[in-house]
Design a protein around this ligand. Structure first.
Ligand code: AMP
Ligand code: MG
Length: 326
């Protein structure tokens, strides 16, 4: 029985996983009143809600604290104050329950939960707020085949939404507005090899909005252009790696149009398309617990060593240990 804690940025979440099954997945997202995430404020949010979310997760899973075997913690990459708050909570609980903490890389968790759908050897299109990457596991490493050169796809949508005053998170609101868009407006389509860039499109969108273009048409055009770039890059990665499965991960994967475009591309090249349910796409504790269980089951030796592993939070991850991955 593994209890996973997600705390890297806006969301504090607790998930409980047993034998690959999600028994609970409770979370709450910090929403800034205006502007972007203020890390210290997000950390205060985590501190204020951690106990309540933890208790709600135990209730949802219908288990007692004493049944938890491990605590899994998202210790990197993320915002320092948020990571520290999550670590303090995990350490306190681990001490109280006399169990160990398994540190889990947040990005890898987004990828692993996608593979819970039984994809064997996929290319992963990972589109969250801060991160946008095309990743595949090859020669014992997760390798990045393409990525954004500036903004993450979610942050790109959120920034445009913020400029127009429709609030945070902007992605879901832009999706609704895009459904009412009737005119496609050409926007900078920036893809180099398997890398993409969104800042040119963002400037153009803001200029057009300030000139009075309809927000519905801009939302529609932004989605069509940005998603097409990523689907093109993902298709190149499939061709390059000779893989025939695509997994979509990260919060923007909740977008029905992005899923549809991925599906069409996969169908055309006879590849399989997988996408987890929405509650597992945006940041959540269940994906952290799920990944810890995969790590534990893959290499018990690694699990025994956890007491010695450094769980200190890290803002960035330059090297990820995936020795547990087969
Ligand atoms: P994550 O960082 O993985 O938790 O994902 C959060 C990001 O996903 C935010 O930038 C949201 O705006 C974005 N997002 C969530 N739902 C949708 C959606 N339906 N369409 C587009 N973006 C979305
Ligand atoms: Mg994330």
């Amino acid at each position: 029985m593994i209890l996973g804690i997600e705390c890297t940025a806006h969301t504090f979440g607790v998930g409980i996983v047993h034998k690959g099954k999600v028994l609970a997945n409770v979370r709450d997202m910090y929403k800034p009143k205006n502007g972007g995430i203020v890390p210290l404020e997000a950390a205060k949010h985590h501190l204020a809600l951690s106990r309540d979310i933890y208790n709600r997760a135990l209730n949802e899973a219908k288990i007692k604290e004493s049944e938890i075997d491990f605590i899994a913690l998202s210790n990197a990459p993320g915002l320092s104050p948020c990571l520290i708050e999550g670590m303090k909570f995990a350490k306190e609980k681990a001490k109280e329950l006399r169990i160990k903490i398994i540190p889990v890389n947040h990005c890898i968790a987004h990828l692993e939960i996608g593979q819970s759908l039984k994809a064997k050897d996929p290319v992963l299109l990972y589109t969250s707020g801060a991160n946008t990457q095309i990743i595949a596991y090859s020669s014992k490493k997760y390798r990045i085949f393409g990525e954004t050169l500036d903004l993450g796809l979610g942050n790109f949508l959120d920034k445009f939404a913020r400029h127009t005053g429709i609030g945070f998170p902007g992605g879901p609101k832009i999706e609704q507005l895009a459904k009412k868009g009737t005119k496609y407006i050409e926007l900078p389509y920036s893809i180099k090899g398997m890398d993409v860039s969104f800042s040119g499109m963002q400037t153009k969108l803001i200029q057009l909005y300030d000139k009075g273009e309809k927000i519905e048409d801009l939302a529609f055009s932004a989605q069509e252009t940005a998603f097409a770039m990523l689907v093109e890059a993902a298709e190149r990665a499939l061709a390059h790696t000779q893989k025939n499965e695509l997994v979509l991960g990260g919060g923007v994967g909740c977008n029905a149009r992005l899923r549809e475009m991925c599906e069409i591309m996969c169908k055309e090249r006879k590849a399989k398309f997988f996408c987890p349910e929405n509650s597992l796409l945006t940041d959540n504790g269940a994906m952290i617990a799920y990944t810890a269980e995969v790590m534990y089951n893959s290499d018990r030796k690694v699990a025994k060593e956890y007491s010695k592993i450094d769980i200190s939070p890290r803002e960035r991850t330059d090297e990820v240990n995936v020795s547990w991955k087969k």
